[in-house]
Design a protein. Structure first.
Length: 138
């Protein structure tokens, strides 16, 4: 069995964003040479997420609105974590959206359902962060 590891780096200028990273993950898969196996992609920061869904701007807007209702950024004083910080909401948003995804690899390609894409969700941007791509298989 072979394994492959690569870090994808992001520097999102806004506080929040959803970035389709499917092309980067597909590139990693091609670099790995693995034809059958699994791809793990996980956010390596506790205020970011990796998830699978549709690449549709209306849905991304709805996620942003929904997450802000569930864990509003303001007022920052409502969170105990925010003593000296302002990102407690980002930790909660990450918890809701998840840390990682696993995708099957079949015949050298990501084995998705219809419309599925991989996204990096940023909830406390404006600095460099990364996601790990780990691929195992034959």
């Amino acid at each position: 069995m072979k394994s492959f590891r690569k870090e994808l780096w992001f520097e999102v200028p806004a506080r929040r964003a959803f970035i389709n990273i499917t092309p980067q993950v597909s590139k990693c898969l091609k670099e790995s040479g693995i034809k059958e196996g699994l791809v793990l992609v996980n956010a390596m920061h506790i205020t970011a997420s990796v998830f699978i869904n549709d690449d549709e701007s209306g849905l991304h807007h709805d996620y942003d609105v929904w997450l802000e209702k569930l864990a509003p950024h303001e007022p920052v004083s409502m969170y105990r974590h925010n003593v000296g910080e302002d990102n407690a909401d980002a930790h909660m948003k990450r918890q809701i959206m998840g840390r990682e995804v696993v995708v099957a690899v079949t015949d050298g390609k990501l084995d998705f359902g219809t419309w599925e894409q991989i996204f990096y969700g940023e909830f406390d941007g404006r600095r460099r962060k990364r996601a790990l791509v780990k691929i195992i298989g034959e």
